[in-house]
Design a protein around this ligand. Sequence first.
Ligand SMILES: Nc1ncnc2c1ncn2[C@@H]1O[C@H](COP(=O)(O)OP(=O)(O)OP(=O)(O)O)[C@@H](O)[C@H]1O
Ligand SMILES: [Zn+2]
Length: 825
Amino acid sequence: MYAQIVFPLPFRNSFTYSVPRLLEKDVKIGTRVVVPFGRRVLTGFIIALSESIDESSSGLADKSKIKSIRDILDDQPIFDSKMLEFYRWMSDYYLCSLGEALKTIVPYGTDVESKRKIVSDTEICRSLLAGEKNKNSLKAKILSALAEKELINISYLQKIIKNKNVYSILRDLEDAGAITILNEIADAKVRVKKARYVRIALPREAIYDLMPEIERAAPKQMLILLELLSSAEDKPAAEILKKTGSSSSALNGLVSKGIVEIYEKEIERTFKENYAEEMKDIVLSVNQRKAVEELKKSNGKFDVFLLYGVTGSGKTQVYIEIADEVVKSGKNVIILVPEISLTPQITTRFYNKFNDKIAVFHSRMSLGERYDTWRGILSGKYSIVIGPRSALFVPLKNLGLIVVDEEHDQSYKQSDMTPKYNARDAAVMLAKFNDCPVVLGSATPSIESMYNAQSGKYKLIELPERIDNAKLPEIKLVDVTIEKKKKKIEGIFSNLLLDEIGKRLEKKENVIILQNRRGFATQVYCDDCGEVITCTDCTVSMVHHISKNILQCHYCGNSMPVPKACPVCGSVSLKFFGTGTQRVEDELAFYFPNAKIERVDSDSISRKGALSEILNDFRNGRIDILVGTQMLSKGLDFSNVTLVGVVSAETSLWIPDFRADERTFQLLTQVSGRAGRSDKKGEVIIQTQNSKNFIFRKVIDNDYYGFYNEELELRRKGEYPPFTRIALVEIKDKNERRARAAANDFHKYLAMHKKTINISPPNEAIIYKIKGFYRYQILARSFRNQDPAGRLLRSAIFDALTEFNRLSRHKNITLIVDIDPQSIL
Ligand SMILES: Nc1ncnc2c1ncn2[C@@H]1O[C@H](COP(=O)(O)OP(=O)(O)OP(=O)(O)O)[C@@H](O)[C@H]1O
Ligand SMILES: [Zn+2]
């Protein structure tokens, strides 16, 4: 039997392996296997099985060269043939290999990787070294290292001789009998957790008979027995020993008498959310009921719905109702939410309804907790999975519905790793392959999704009103430049905002203050020469963090002490500029010394559980004011919040990116939507230096459609999505010249397609250097009417990649293709 295997690596073809007789009964399409690959051992996915192979077509010269599978990792498939079609689409659409697409199924840390070691015959190595004429040659260096040590890791060898190209020499040495290369499989990073459990091995009657004797001779054993008899369930050995204060010798005594047995049992690691809310009894409003009825019209078949419901319109309850219907019909549901660690509220509400039928994923879980939850899904334990973008790829069978909450959110885009998928768009495809409906919900739908709804591709459902007749908040704009002239601004706050905060504190109402930059001051510059202190590895300014009194780069994490003088001219008049959340918190504490203030940003909530605690305290009135970044704009539902303040609205508006307006509109509308969600009226004060920008009018008027229409025109003029399909190619290297040369090369190959697609010249990226890499970008686009599915665009890039890898002298640089990029910075 033969298996076709793909690897989570950039090569696109599959490889043929033979299946040893012993493993034949366990190999299945969709399982992971461990196989030799070149000189490594890798984990791959079986995508096909066959009894024989067609030697002419597989390009194999010799059947005897086919290697065999070593091991099978999964006892059941983690994907089926339908899923395989979906992952083929992913690899085709995002231009990655099938193996790279399949890798998204597997939770991080469960791969088996190879760690290779060399065992050397030091004698032979020494004599070979003596025979080397050039003692500075690479071979001589390798030999002298091997003559010293009998056992050495290849990676360590590469490090001490400062050269990676050791393989061909090592192969020669192995042929010469000087060394043996061992493949040692390093264990996966996560494994099933097991613990020793104790159970009673005799009938109770028999034990009662033995008791008097045990009590007399071994009182500790008696304590253990009583503990075991007191509960109906088996207990972990460690727990029993601790509880009875006895040592393991007492327990072993009972084992040797045959009274108890010790066995191994799997411990399931689960995450317990600290945040809790009571379950409300909810009767759907008329609009909610209508929405649910609309959704049910799909009859379980593929359909895409855009649920546009204003903030506080009760979208969550609509998801819960429809999910409940689907689960009752025997099918399963995936709910995607943005960066779930930030939204314990929505998970808690689902949890209250579905209890142990629901599996929750989020970034605060440990690897073990994730792995166990994942295996629980595979074994069919759960009907609903809720999580961030990666939850789309869980091995949940029999899918009946996908919900993407806050579909406009940027965090659905994978921006760090290949494939750079957008989980919202992938969700639509996954629903298509499974022939089930998908619901995209938002109070600020993305331009693309609304365009699809307007053009009839998606079905639009609206929730135009807030629950319980709550009104949308009243929004006021404060022009900081004008207020400064009138001397109506102190520090970073306008008098108006300070007054309003004061009023809320008196009334014991709550306040949310948004400033979308973390740190204290976002720029440090020299007042004499104008030098701005930037990161040594990135072309961005360093941010002052006051708690540790350091400057930190938010792109690479580099930090340094605050300099005493300008590094260029030596002047001591360094100025701190730009406002981060720490400074906002600091100033608020100055104006309102008696208020309880907490900060929510990625610095302050890094500790597990910190966010849940803060939100609990906020809900229970132990915190008056929350200050934070965009984290505060997402889905928070606290009825006592009556004021939202935005310190400076332009943090995202000035970013030179075609989505800057859209992002800013969404952020301001969403954060405003946290105010006035109950009978208490809400108010929002937005401070800006840019009051003329059109988006502010739209935010103030709660005019989503007005914003949409105006922005759509700008996109049409700028030739951006949804009118074009775009792809961003990033070429980067630590060597500036090489990066530029490679970008020019790639551009040359891509330009061969300039009849069908529109290609920008290779430009320096706006952030030219990140983590020491110089970055060049090429923006490619095709027009929707000529290339509706984006096929021309992708095939042009694919061809250029092939040519580049075949011909360019610079192919060793890093090249990243981003289809449908979220930003072009
Ligand atoms: N039919 C109902 N009757 C009473 N209360 C309801 C009803 N539906 C929802 N609610 C409550 O209304 C509040 C707002 O609902 P929810 O948080 O789902 O709004 P949302 O549309 O998701 O808003 P946002 O987009 O701002 O996150 C919640 O506290 C929820 O429990
Ligand atoms: Zn940096």
